[in-house]
Design a protein around this ligand. Structure first.
Ligand code: SME
Length: 158
């Protein structure tokens, strides 16, 4: 099995500083979202990164970066790991997608997944979805990092 370095706290801090820089450049919201997704996809365990916006009661794919497009460009609330997290407003870390019956497959290479709701004024407005190509790719470090990142970009997701 491939081994990939997981995110550590030091790198998470650097990435948050890079996000602060992107935010301070006061870009158009769509450009900011695209740049953040691109930045995340550079991480070794963030093999596919997507940002979904919650529109009309469903998740709609806004920006993505990775080796291939997904067919899941819209996901109903409650469906899949993405829809589950969007409904509950809580981050989901799935260390082995083959063992989670909620999982909607996009890529044969995916082994694990982290899904983080983006909240604005107490409501879910978007979601960050990241697929990893190794089992157990993400930890509480990723959760804390991505939740902090979500707070920074939430005003660009409404
Ligand atoms: N696996 C997700 C669907 C989105 S793709 O990973 C891009 C899910 O179970 O909701």
């Amino acid at each position: 099995m491939k081994s990939q370095p997981r995110l550590n706290r030091e790198r998470a801090k650097e990435l948050l500083a890079e996000v602060d820089l992107l935010v301070s450049r006061a870009q158009q919201p769509a450009a900011l979202r695209k740049n953040v997704v691109q930045l995340l996809n550079l991480e070794p365990t963030y093999n596919w990164v997507g940002l979904y916006l919650l529109k009309g009661g469903e998740l709609r794919l806004d920006s993505w970066n990775g080796p291939a497009p997904t067919t899941h460009t819209s996901i109903a609330l409650g469906k899949g790991i993405c829809g589950f997290a969007a409904k509950s407003g809580r981050t989901e870390i799935v260390s082995d997608v083959s063992k989670d019956p909620r999982y909607l497959q996009c890529f044969a290479s995916t082994r694990s997944e982290i899904t983080v709701p983006v909240m604005h004024e107490g409501k879910v407005v978007a979601e960050i979805d990241i697929d990893g190509d190794v089992v157990n790719a993400h930890s509480s470090v990723d959760r804390e990092f991505l939740e902090a990142l979500a707070a920074k970009i939430s005003k660009f997701c409404v």
